[in-house]
Structure formats: C-alpha cells, structure tokens
Ligand binder design. Structure first.
Ligand SMILES: Nc1nc2c(ncn2[C@@H]2O[C@H](COP(=O)(O)OP(=O)(O)OP(=O)(O)O)[C@@H](O)[C@H]2O)c(=O)[nH]1
Ligand SMILES: [Mg+2]
Length: 218
C-alpha cells in the first residue's frame, strides 16, 4: 500500500548516467524516533518485517542488480537526537548522496521534525549547485484509524520543496520500500549526471578563457 508524488525532474527525459561501472550510493535515513526508519531499511534489504528493532545507529550494505547495473547501497539508519533538535550532523551531510526523511502518519510531531530536518538539509546544501536528492516518506499507512497527518499535507510539503513523496506501510508491504529506494537511486544518478555536465561546461569555459587569455598576451 503506497502513494506517490513523482517529482523527478527528468534530465532530457532520462537518466544520463551511461558508464557501465558499479554504482555506489550513500543514503541517509532520518526522522523522529519510532517512525519506522529501521523497519523501512530492513524491509528493503530483507523483504521482511520483523516488528521490533531497537534503536541503534547503523550503516547497512546492500547490493543489487538493477536495469543490468550493479548497485551498492550504503544505508545509514540514524537515530534521532531530540537534544540537538534532530540536527543532522556535518559528517552525515557530507557522507550522504541522498536522504530519506521518514515520519509516521499517526504522529504529527514526527511530521514537524521532517519539516525542520528538510530545511536544515536545504540550508546546508544550498551552496552546492544542483538539486539535493530527497524522498519524504509517510510510514504506517496501515494505521488509517490513527492518522493525524493527511496525505495532502505530506504531498504538498514534498511538492513545495521539490522532493519525492511516498506513503507506505513498512509493516504490510515490501513494494513501497522498494519504490522509495529505487526512486532515490534515480534521483541520485540524475543529480550526478547534472553535476558532471556542469563540470564539463565549466571545463570548456576555462579552456576557452585560457585560449583567449593566451592570444591577448601574444
Ligand atoms: N503499524 C505499523 N507499525 C510499524 C510500521 N513500521 C514500523 N512500525 C513499528 O513502529 C515501531 C518503531 O519502528 P522502528 O523501525 O524501530 O522505528 P525507528 O524510526 O527506527 O525508531 P528509532 O530507531 O528508535 O528512532 C516498531 O514497533 C515497529 O514494529 C508500519 O508501517 N506500521
Ligand atoms: Mg531505528
């Protein structure tokens, strides 16, 4: 069970990452405590829902072959630190290629945490050109009777900040978890392709200026 807003800004209509090398992606999961960060991660890696997970900060490694390509997922399942207002550390920001921000649809305060964390990520990454790959996840969709955050609110937050959005139930299905990670992988690959293109253009501009500069001094 899942809902999706596909915000992907297709780069010329498709992912431009064309080299055949192994793709390595670092994904950081953040969000308030008890929202299902570990359940989502474990569901994606093992296809199973165990129930109780404990609260440990852990990086999981998972390899897969997607569209004929070897993909290595490094997934940092973080723990929430209320003392630091859920502040994502500098180290985590540097490490991550993409972010999954999780809230529970039956916990409004967890939705507010995602909003704060999103602003923090945007602020810290604003100096880097190109978009920051982010997916917002409203988890525990099976608990409709306890819902306090509407799908619309989640979708609007994602749209207003150019993020992907899914509502899922890590408890009920594997498919939702799969979509979340695969969508983020696509966003990361697009962001890398755009960055590469920007560097290429900068290189051409530098070469042209060097040539013109040399001519002027001749
Ligand atoms: N009903 C329901 N329960 C869920 C779902 N996902 C996780 N849970 C439950 O929510 C609780 C917290 O799940 P975790 O995955 O440990 O949450 P977390 O965000 O990793 O929590 P911390 O690591 O403590 O911050 C557990 O009891 C899970 O069984 C879901 O989709 N539906
Ligand atoms: Mg956890």
């Amino acid at each position: 069970m899942f809902a999706e807003v596909n915000c992907r800004s297709h780069y010329n209509g498709k992912v431009m990452d064309t080299s055949q090398q192994k793709v390595d992606v670092n994904i950081l999961l953040v969000g308030a405590e008890n929202v299902g960060k570990t359940a989502l991660t474990v569901r994606f890696i093992t296809r199973r829902f165990i129930g109780e997970y404990g609260d440990i900060d852990w990086i999981y490694y998972h390899s897969d072959r997607i569209d004929g390509r070897d993909i290595s997922f490094n997934i940092w399942d973080s723990i929430y630190s209320p003392g630091a207002s859920g502040r994502i550390t500098e180290k985590q920001l540097q490490w991550a290629d993409g972010f999954i921000l999780v809230y529970s649809i039956c916990d409004r305060s967890s939705f507010n945490v995602v909003r704060q964390q999103l602003q923090h990520i945007r602020h810290c990454k604003s100096k880097i050109p190109g978009s920051v790959p982010v997916i917002i996840v409203g988890n525990k969709r099976d608990l409709q009777h306890r819902r306090t955050v509407s799908s619309e609110e989640g979708r609007l937050l994602a749209l207003s900040l150019g993020c992907g959005f899914f509502e899922i139930s890590a408890a009920e299905t594997y498919h939702g978890a799969l979509l979340v990670f695969h969508e983020l992988l696509d966003l990361i690959r697009e962001a890398r392709a755009i960055k590469k293109e920007t560097h290429g253009i900068k290189g051409i501009v530098r070469t042209v200026s060097a040539v013109f500069g040399r001519r002027r001094t001749e």
